[in-house]
Design a protein around this ligand. Structure first.
Ligand code: PGA
Length: 246
């Protein structure tokens, strides 16, 4: 089984998100072959939960604040997301880390809060172009993974990771599949030093219908986290069809 996770970022407004959710809800998903989740704008999350309730497709949020509830203007917590019927939360996406200045400690708190709330965190890790040029890919990944997993208590919950090299996101410069395979092998080895539960690891960064199988047909890569291509129904359909056929 492979995962096809669709991060719609801030590309679509409320109406566009709902229109896409409705189409996605009509797709035939073979659950044994593919696990699909959509991550719409917060505005559309409750409607997505409702529209997808009777389907095999899950709903997630793109971020979730650690503090559960209270006087925190502008924040949306994992606790509230769970109460709205959400199943997944992307945590530590590079756009959160590098655009909004989220650091490793905050990512850790969010991961703990998501688990505590009963969500499945999808934790993003990945090196920047500067890291890569300075030969610091492994250093960056080790550091990010250490902050997430050192002493982490899963308590029967589930956690996932997405390897998203920052230089590959939204650039059409996807990481070549053999390298992604190697890096994800490294990530899994690192994680196994902290927890024994299996942790699915996805690849993300310029994935679309043309290259999706080059990642998902590798045993070690558990699926893909797709950004812009997942906001187009034709691409989404083509990716899903490819995964179901594979
Ligand atoms: P992209 O984004 O598919 O548009 O490159 C992936 C992501 O940021 O999750």
């Amino acid at each position: 089984m492979k995962y096809l996770f669709c991060n719609w970022k801030m590309y679509l407004d409320y109406q566009q998100s709902l229109a896409l959710v409705k189409q996605v809800g009509k797709l035939k998903v073979d659950k044994k072959k593919v696990g699909v989740a959509v991550f719409p704008t917060f505005f559309a999350v409750p409607e997505a939960v409702k529209a997808l309730k009777k389907t095999a497709i899950k709903t997630g949020v793109q971020d979730a604040t650690a503090i559960p509830q209270g006087a925190y203007t502008g924040a949306v917590s994992a606790y509230l997301a769970k109460r709205a019927g959400v199943q997944y939360a992307i945590i530590g996406h590079s756009e959160r880390r590098y655009v909004f200045g989220e650091h490793d400690e905050e990512v850790r708190k969010k991961v703990e809060a998501a688990l505590e709330a009963g969500l499945i965190p999808v934790v993003c890790v990945g090196e920047t172009k500067e890291d890569l040029d300075a030969d610091k890919r492994q250093y960056r990944l080790k550091k990010q993974l250490m902050h997430v997993f050192d002493g982490l208590k899963i308590n029967g919950g589930k956690i996932m990771v997405a390897y998203e090299p920052v230089w590959a996101i939204g650039t059409n410069d996807a990481c070549d599949p053999a390298t992604a395979d190697d890096v994800i092998g490294f990530i899994k080895k690192e994680i196994s030093g902290y927890i024994s539960a299996p942790v699915p690891v996805l690849y993300g960064g310029s994935v679309g219908s043309k290259n999706v199988l080059s990642y998902t047909n590798r045993d070690i890569i558990d699926g893909v986290l797709v950004g812009s291509a997942s906001t187009k129904m034709s691409e989404l359909k083509a990716m899903l069809a490819a995964l179901i056929r594979a």
